[in-house]
Design a protein around this ligand. Structure first.
Ligand code: PLP
Length: 393
């Protein structure tokens, strides 16, 4: 079926899907490492690209390809590449586009490991990185050098919930002939489609909203054009960050309900944000759906909704954060985000407990900051859970 002209929700269900020779209703798991050739000529044709036949699962596999095609259509891109994790996707893009003595400009509050790997491993190979607050485009402009090979953006950032104007940053980058890669994990294509705003590459941790059920780790890269696709596909095949067929099957199953999950958690998030904004124990809240968010207008313009991720500050700082963590019952205390279950995190006492003061400031983490990933439970229960925990602070 040609699904290109279907709406987003229909694409979630049908894009990339195929029925096998037995008429399977869903894409089966082709749990095989290798594929047999009909004869010697067939093998030669597959290797020469004259026959689209499968060769070896690191290079391609029907279950994995079905997911890749679905994700490419959802992001409105040329083609997709599925990988073993979000970090495999990020580092495959870095490895494909960065070279010795080259330079990358990145959002400062980018996902921690996406920054740390540049500061450690890529530095070893002579790659220089500038981390800037890309919510102000002039910071990106000032950081561009003659050897800049990639501009890497995350919007909104985690947990600072700052947005970058994607149209503006892509225009700037293209004036300098530099490709733009956007980590779209926080939004998923339901909320934001960077390729439509001018970006060249999108990366995802499928672990979060796209799979949505907190039961696998996975990643993806989607490109806008054929040449970038070929370069990055080759890098993935050489470096071996491919996805496994069973993982692909799980994501195909999970992503089908993306819109339903995002709608429900997004509607709840607005109610929860309003509840928090008016709560006497809350000092501040950052959620792009609130009029008080400094970039609310930009969010309305470049996102199709406001998502379900928010950060808030508790009066009483660190101590209050610990008390809240120890008294919530419905929300799960965990890292990660974008699952059907609500997740809560107090970085200062949990993930960033061992990080220096400077490190925490660089990551935008204050002692009072709590991050909430709204799930699809009844919103009344989520609010009641927070209310009873606040009462103990
Ligand atoms: C989780 C995450 C990643 C890394 O993905 P993994 O699947 O954990 O490897 C990258 N970027 C963002 C924004 C993330 O939230």
């Amino acid at each position: 079926m040609n699904t290109k002209d279907l709406g987003f929700n229909s694409k979630l269900i049908h894009a990339g899907d195929f029925h096998d020779a037995y008429g399977s209703a869903v894409v089966p798991i082709y749990q095989t490492s290798t594929f047999s050739f009909r004869d010697a000529q067939h093998g030669a044709d597959c290797f020469a690209g004259k026959d689209p036949g499968y060769i070896y699962t690191r290079i391609g596999n029907p279950t994995i390809n079905a997911l890749e095609d679905k994700l490419a259509e959802l992001e409105n891109g040329f083609r997709g590449i599925a990988l073993s994790s979000g970090m495999a996707a990020v580092t495959t893009v870095y490895s494909a586009l960065l070279e010795k003595d080259s330079h990358i400009v990145s959002t400062d509050a980018v996902y921690g490991p996406s920054r740390a790997v540049l500061d450690s491993h890529y530095k070893k190979f002579g790659v220089e990185a500038s981390f800037v607050d890309s919510s102000d485009i002039s910071n990106v402009e000032k950081a561009i050098r003659p050897n800049t090979k990639l501009i890497y953006i995350e919007t909104p950032t985690n947990p600072t919930i700052k947005l970058t104007d994607l149209r503006a940053v892509c225009q700037l980058a293209h004036k300098h002939n530099i490709p733009v890669c956007v980590d779209n994990t926080f939004c998923s294509p339901y909320l934001q489609r960077p390729l439509e705003l001018g970006a060249d590459i999108v990366v995802h941790s499928l672990t979060k909203f796209i799979n949505g059920h907190a039961d696998i780790v996975g990643g993806a890269i989607i490109t806008r054009d054929k040449d970038l696709y070929a370069t990055i596909r080759k890098t993935m095949t050489y470096m071996g960050g491919n996805m496994d067929p069973h993982q692909a099957y799980m994501v195909i199953r999970g992503v089908k309900t993306l819109s339903l999950r995002m709608q429900r958690s997004g509607e709840s998030a607005i109610k929860i944000a309003e509840f928090l904004e008016n709560h006497p124990k809350i000092e501040w809240i950052k959620f792009p759906g609130l009029k008080s968010h400094p970039q609310h207008e930009l969010a309305k313009e470049q996102m199709h909704g406001f998502g379900s991720m928010m950060s808030f500050g508790l009066k009483g700082g660190y101590e209050s954060g610990v008390k809240l963590m120890n008294n919530v019952h419905l929300a799960t205390l965990a890292v990660s985000l974008g699952g059907v279950e609500s997740l809560i995190q107090h970085p200062a006492s949990m993930t960033h407990a061992g990080v220096s003061k400077e490190g925490k400031i660089a990551a935008g983490i204050t002692d009072d900051l709590v991050r909430y990933s709204v799930g699809i439970e009844d919103v009344e229960d989520i609010i009641a859970d927070l209310e009873q925990a606040f009462a103990k602070i």
